[in-house]
Design a protein around this ligand. Structure first.
Ligand code: HMG
Ligand code: MG
Length: 287
């Protein structure tokens, strides 16, 4: 039986957050509802951040209230601070994520904090989440390259990943935020990170700006990673990472993994429908 590799769908959050014109809440809900029947275990659908920083995500509570929750699917939300966590909890997110950076430049630009300040800010989120029984995932951005600071030292990534794991994140997702990584830089980064966090507690989160995300996934598979974030239709980018293109497309990751004889558990026909919806949202949005 083929080994399972999980794709964590992040399109409704990472994919849509960068769209300039406000997408109707009903359209976001329709996309999530379509994705819910594809076979994912986890879908990131919301972000409880400041609406001044990311206006597109301001209706996150309404999205979580409006979706039809499928059994066995966990609906996730980003929570940068305690206030965000309280919003996510009230909206009944099944899991949340704190997000930090391996580079100081991106940390400041994205969450207006130094790396150290951001880690301190996550502690009360971890405590509140533990009390509420909500699992917390951790993101590390700019794991190889930063749009402000340039090349990132693998040991800086390992240090932040270790801190997130030690504070209780059940999994740490490693972000090539601007899609500049190569299989070699991913391998060097993972060599350092796997010394402090086991590979089965890591995920690869690769943007496809340079068209290398699938090759970077292969390099990560060789290091033992079995979870990858992707966005249906290749939606996305980050408003605080100039030049960041979309996340690697879910359907492309599914096809590559299938060709490599892994099993994703996803229904390709549903992925096609969801990719169609995602592309229509984006086209509609740039009219
Ligand atoms: P700040 O300005 O330093 O903090 O923002 P603040 O405490 O002064 O708050 C500013 C305003 O936001 C205040 O409102 C707060 O009340 C409000 P005002 O008094 O001015 O009216 N506020 C909030 N509102 C709603 N929900 C909240 C919240 N917190 C404060 N949770 C802050 C600091 C972290 C809030 C801000 O920088 C922020 O929201 N940043 C989020 C940026 C973001 O969402 N980026 C994209 C996601 S990360 C990403 O895409 C990377 C990833 O995909 C991995 C990868 O690719 O590498 C995960
Ligand atoms: Mg991202």
């Amino acid at each position: 039986m083929a080994e399972r590799v999980e794709i964590f769908e992040v399109g409704p959050r990472d994919g849509l957050q960068n769209e300039k014109r406000q997408i109707a809440t009903a359209d976001k809900i329709a996309l999530v509802d379509c994705l819910s029947s594809a076979g994912f275990r986890r879908i990131e659908v919301a972000s409880f951040v400041s609406p001044k920083w990311v206006p597109q995500m301001a209706d996150s509570a309404d999205v979580l209230a409006g979706i039809t929750r499928a059994p066995g699917v966990r609906y996730a939300a980003l929570t940068p601070n305690l206030r965000g966590f309280e919003g996510a909890l009230a909206a009944k997110a099944d899991e949340v994520a704190v997000f930090g950076s391996a580079s100081e430049g991106f940390s400041k630009a994205n969450i207006n904090a130094t790396i150290e300040e951001s880690l301190a800010r996550f502690v009360p989120v971890m405590e509140a989440a533990a009390q509420a029984g909500v699992p917390v995932r951790g993101y590390v951005s700019c794991v190889t390259d930063c749009p402000y600071d340039g090349a990132v030292d693998p040991f800086d990534v390992a240090r932040v990943a270790d801190r997130l794991f030690q504070m209780g994140c059940y999994e740490v997702s490693l972000g090539d935020t601007i899609g500049q990584a190569t299989p070699d830089s991913i391998d060097a980064m993972l060599r350092a990170v796997c010394q402090v966090v086991p590979a089965d507690k890591l995920a690869g989160h690769y943007h496809d700006t340079s068209g290398r995300a699938l090759d970077n996934i292969e390099a990560s598979l060789a290091r033992g990673l079995r979870v990858f974030d992707a966005a249906v239709g290749g939606l996305g980018g980050c408003p605080y990472a100039p030049g960041a293109a979309g996340n690697v497309a879910t359907e492309a990751v599914h096809d590559r993994l299938t060709a490599l004889r892994y099993q994703t558990g996803l229904d390709r026909a549903v992925l096609d429908s969801a990719a169609g919806l995602a592309r229509a949202l984006r086209l509609h949005n740039t009219e």
